[in-house]
Design a protein around this ligand. Structure first.
Ligand SMILES: Nc1nc2c(ncn2[C@@H]2O[C@H](COP(=O)(O)OP(=O)(O)OP(=O)(O)O)[C@@H](O)[C@H]2O)c(=O)[nH]1
Ligand SMILES: [Mg+2]
Length: 405
């Protein structure tokens, strides 16, 4: 199955390449601007993750979105000239666009227009490596494209597994495409069911030898994989990219008392995580839901650490995850002692707990983290073999939770 990839190469539909982009956002008031600028920073990071060059970025004041074109006609016109002057880069919109708005803007500007959801979907499409990840991403993309099938819309679905508009997109062709997509979705759902069953079997095998489990959760790029690597001397991919990790990976962690815990690195969260993706990744996120303990990692050196923590707490609440958690401020080597004190206070206030502080890079704060996990494990999982210190037999020391095949 060819991987869909919204931002690759030339777009025959609208005659523009997608390797250069303008990032466009809106704010409804002066007070709103600061928050939106931060979101645009993040959208630029997402673009960078896609190896796309941002040639310009603009924040427009907009009180009321226009139903047909999102922006007012004056702004559409100004941006049209700007796009022409910049040799027709694609447009990344920070705001979600309706299928109609997106279509009209593409027509007005003659370049592809992607909103935040599509950028995130494109990143996931590029990064998904396991069978399960690929199925989940393709499902999310098809769910997203289904309501957007209409005349004139071209650049995304043409690249989506060959079910796109080919030739004149008359009403009939759209109906055919819709049917093909629904059919494909059904088949993907069946495949995912099989993969999920295999995953459940593996999880049951794991819980038959009852080890306590801890999921590392947090905003994307918070330092989860680096922490897993340092704690367990592993070599999971950790990179200064958003969504470096898509598939959960589990490792065994020895605790000071001799207890052991299975620690799982998971996909990062982000503001405005597309609902299609949350649904498609439900099985992967099940690893988080099933964990006995959550280790919530927040990059203390990020200027927006508080909003990131709020996003993570909101996402966990939306997933009905309310198990005991430990809050960990990461990358504290980047902070002075007084900055760290401040950050811990502010983040602790939001989460209603007192956070630990670690640097996975310098391996500081790890003893406290291990001790905390140890006592939580003792309290939470009193009946497991893992909870009896220094036992003889243990399961394989590496548990890959990746889907087979
Ligand atoms: N200075 C410093 N940098 C760190 C530390 N931990 C992680 N980083 C850097 O932060 C970046 C992101 O780290 P990852 O471990 O990949 O973050 P993640 O949370 O797994 O990110 P995703 O998988 O993309 O959600 C990398 O460039 C790391 O080198 C730390 O303790 N100190
Ligand atoms: Mg990671």
């Amino acid at each position: 199955m060819p991987q869909s990839d919204a931002l690759s190469g030339a777009d025959p539909g609208v005659g523009a390449t997608l390797d250069r982009v303008i990032v466009v956002g809106t704010a409804d008031s002066r007070a709103d601007r600061e928050r939106r600028e931060i979101e645009l920073d993040e959208l630029e990071e997402l673009a960078r993750t896609l190896r796309t060059t941002v040639v310009e970025r603009t924040l427009i004041t907009l009180r009321e979105p226009h139903p047909a074109t999102f922006f007012r006609s004056g702004v559409v016109e100004t941006l049209r000239s700007r796009i022409a002057a910049l040799d027709r880069p694609a447009v990344l919109s920070n705001d979600p666009l309706t299928p109609r708005q997106q279509r009209n803007l593409q027509e007005a500007w003659g370049v592809p227009v992607l909103d935040r959801t599509e950028v995130i979907l494109a990143i996931f499409a590029r990064r998904a490596t396991t069978a399960e990840g690929r199925v989940q991403v393709e499902m999310a993309q098809l769910e997203h494209v289904l309501p957007r099938l209409a005349g004139g819309w071209s650049h995304l679905e043409r690249q989506r597994g060959g079910v796109g508009l080919r030739g004149g997109p008359g009403e009939k062709q759209i109906e055919v495409d819709r049917r093909l997509i629904r059919h494909r979705l059904k088949r993907l759902r069946q495949r995912l069911d099989v993969i999920e069953r295999q995953r459940r079997t593996r999880r049951t095998a794991r819980t038959d030898v009852p080890l306590a489990s801890c999921a590392l959760v947090g905003y994307t790029n918070a330092g989860k994989s680096t922490l897993l690597n340092t704690l367990t001397r592993s070599e999971v991919l950790a990179d200064d990219l958003l969504f470096a990790t898509l598939d959960p990976t589990s490792r065994r962690l020895d605790l000071p008392s001799g207890r052991r815990v299975i620690i799982t690195d998971t996909v990062g969260f982000i503001q405005g995580l597309p609902t299609e993706l949350v649904e498609a990744f439900a099985a992967t996120l099940e690893e988080v839901r099933q964990a006995h303990i959550l280790c919530i990692i927040v990059d203390g050196s990020h200027p927006d650490a508080e909003l990131q923590l709020e996003t993570v707490l909101d996402t966990l609440a939306a997933m009905d995850c309310d198990q005991p958690s430990v809050l960990v401020v990461s990358k504290c080597d980047r902070l002075s002692p007084s900055q760290l004190r401040q950050v811990r206070l502010r983040l602790g206030d939001i989460a209603g707990t007192s956070p630990l502080a670690v640097s996975a890079l310098r391996a500081t704060g790890l003893r406290e983290l291990r001790q905390t996990l140890d006592s939580m494990t003792a309290r939470l999982v009193p009946d497991t073999r893992a909870n009896r210190p220094l036992i003889a037999a243990q399961p394989a020391d590496v548990t890959q939770t990746r889907a087979a095949g």
